[in-house]
Every structure is written in C-alpha cells, then in structure tokens.
Design a protein around this ligand. Structure first.
Ligand code: M7G
Length: 330
C-alpha cells in the first residue's frame, strides 16, 4: 500500500507557496488538460485495423498493438489506469454490482462503474517506423559491454544513422507541442531545461509520477557525451527538478528516483524523475544511472563516461546488436 503523501490527489498542488513558474503551469492545467478536463477529439482509432499484438500483460493490464490507421502503420498502447482513493465513494455509490460467486464469507462480483471510471490510457504512435514496432515487441535481450572505443567505432556511427527522430523533443523546446503541459522551464541556453510529464504518466495520481527534464542544449546525445563541463547543467536540473516536484506534487527528494538511461531511445539529453516504489519501465540497474551517481562520478573523474565500459541491454533484433556481433563483440 502506498504512503499517504503519495496518495494525495494532485489538486493538493494548489499550495500558496508555489513559485511563479509553478503557479503558471497549474493555472494552465486548470484551463484544460489534466484531471478529467481533457477535450474531446475525433476518434482517430475508429477504423484501426490490428495486424498483430506486440506484447500484452494481464498483470500490468496493458496491450501493445501494431496495426493500421488509414493505411499508415501505427502502434497503439492501451493501459488500464490505477483506481484512485479519492474516487472510491463515488465509485461505490454509482456502480452496478453483479454477483459472480458466493461461498461462506467469500464473494466475488463484477462491478460495473459509470463510464468516467472506465478510462483506458491510450498512446498512439502514427506513422510508426519499424524501429517503433520493434521497441514495443516482446523480445529476448542481451547485456552488452561497450568500451569508450566501442562507442566511437560502433555505437556512435549507428545512432547517427539509425536513431529515432527527436523532433518531438524540439517541438517541446520550441513550444510547438505540449506547451500547456510544461511544469517548469529554466530558459538558460547552457544550464536550462524544460520539465514536463512523461507521456507514460496520466497525471491522475502521484503514485506513478513520471516527469522528464529535457535540456535546452542540443549537443549532448547521452551519458557518453557528459564530462565535468556539464556539471553545472546536471546540478541545476537535479536541484530545480527536485524543488519543483516538492512544491507541485508534495514529493520530497527522498521519494524520487532520478536517473538517465543508457542507451536511451532518444539521443537528446534528458533526465527521468519517477516516484520511488513505482517500477517504471527501464528503471532496472542494467539501464538506469542515478543522476546523483553521475554527478559524483564526473566530479571525481571529468572523463568518466568517455572512458568507462558501460553495460546495457539490447533486444535480439536491435540493429545495434548486429553491429556489435559483426565487430566480434558478442
Ligand atoms: P528514453 O530513455 O530516451 O527512452 O526516454 P525510453 O522511451 O526507451 O525510456 C525517453 C522518455 O520520453 C520516455 O520515458 C518516453 O516515455 C518519453 N517520451 C517519448 N515521447 C515520444 C514523448 C512525447 O512525445 N512526449 C512526452 N511528454 N514524453 C515522451
């Protein structure tokens, strides 16, 4: 059972102590966007044709589907959302109960709630590339070992040619998309960043809080590019990110897991802020590097990430894995 602080509804963020930036973000949220005020839109999925199920999980209550939307390849992710404590009274009052079985003191029911409690978080990638389809497919993975030289000779040329587009990141930085979702921005071109909800988070409860901080600098692809030159940037993101999350979501730093992925999917430096206790996809030790450790490592060795052997998982059909194989590294 999660703690009470985490269970607090996001409206609790209405504290008067909010900084001007955070207040601005909250006001914008109130005008549209979160907490059930989403605007209705055309149902782009009404003609969706399923080609295959890439992955599904009864435990996680989600399904990843590959298909077509108006002849374009698409990946659709459907995910049942958590049940919120603050909706329980309404849920119990307004639902219909159907008895499934009763035995002594035990009974099970099908509870049929009003439609608003039945929302399914839906993510659509369209047009989806083959790389997107592979990203979401259930696959065996392998732990790779990459020296600094391997990065230069194998990984770097590969990601320069084959990486996912980071257009969505530039759209955020240039205020062409998700503008109303921005929680905080430090506009400084050197140490500044934009903090906003990751699209994996529906923002209905802090239990699965997930924000990303995206740097304004566009010349840092990943952990591998970091040197002590970037310490002011990393410290600024860490410090301000923690402060804003405390003010807005009432979560102290001791409740946060703040990390970078290596390898990331998108090669534009960003930091993941997730709630400790929430098993966010990709938060395992083989992929997540705590920002606190990254900062300390760079303080003790300015070239730490240029020279260290780094380990990370790759899926069986990842093109990068083939490159490592061809180079006799697997
Ligand atoms: P990553 O470590 O590069 O890759 O993180 P991962 O997706 O394999 O973890 C990128 C993060 O950005 C992920 O947590 C994504 O869920 C998130 N993300 C990706 N896209 C395309 C978007 C987007 O369009 N908007 C937002 N807000 N988040 C996104």
């Amino acid at each position: 059972m999660a703690d009470n602080t985490a269970k607090r509804e996001l409206d609790a963020a209405g504290s008067d102590e909010l900084s001007p930036e955070v207040k601005r973000a909250k006001t914008e949220d109130e005008n549209g966007g979160e907490n059930g005020k989403e605007a209705e839109c055309e149902n782009v999925l009404s003609g969706f044709k399923t080609s295959s199920v890439l992955r599904d999980s009864a435990r996680e209550k989600n399904i990843f589907i590959h298909g077509k939307v108006a002849d374009q390849d698409a990946v659709v992710i459907l995910e049942k959302t958590p049940i919120r404590e603050d909706t329980l009274t309404e849920l119990f009052t307004h639902s219909t109960l159907k008895l499934v079985m009763k035995n002594d003191i035990y009974s099970t029911y099908q509870l049929q709630p009003p439609p608003r409690f039945n929302e399914i978080k839906t993510t659509v990638v369209c047009p989806a590339t083959e790389k997107h389809v592979k990203k979401y497919q259930c696959q065996e993975s392998y732990l790779m070992e990459e020296t600094g030289d391997d990065y230069q000779s194998i990984t770097l040329p590969y990601i320069q040619k084959q990486g996912f587009s980071v257009q969505w990141v530039y759209n955020i930085l240039e205020k062409k998309a998700e503008t109303e979702r921005i929680v905080y921005e430090d506009p400084d071109p050197e140490v500044g960043f934009v903090l906003l909800p990751d699209f994996k988070w529906d923002q209905k409860q802090v239990d699965d809080l997930y924000l990303i901080a995206i740097t304004h600098r566009r010349d840092i692809k990943s952990l591998r590019d970091l040197t002590s030159e970037h310490l002011p940037l990393l410290q600024n993101m860490f410090q301000k990110g923690k402060e804003i999350i405390l003010q807005r979501y009432n979560l102290p730093a001791s409740k946060l897991r703040v990390y970078l992925h290596y390898q990331p999917s998108y090669y534009h430096l960003h930091v993941h802020f997730t709630k400790l206790g929430y098993e966010a996809p990709g938060c395992g030790v083989e992929r997540a590097h705590l920002l606190a450790d990254v900062i300390q490592n760079l303080q003790s060795d300015p070239q730490y990430y240029k020279t260290r052997t780094l380990y990370f998982p790759l899926r069986a059909d990842d093109g990068l894995l083939s490159m490592f194989k061809e180079a006799g590294k697997l």
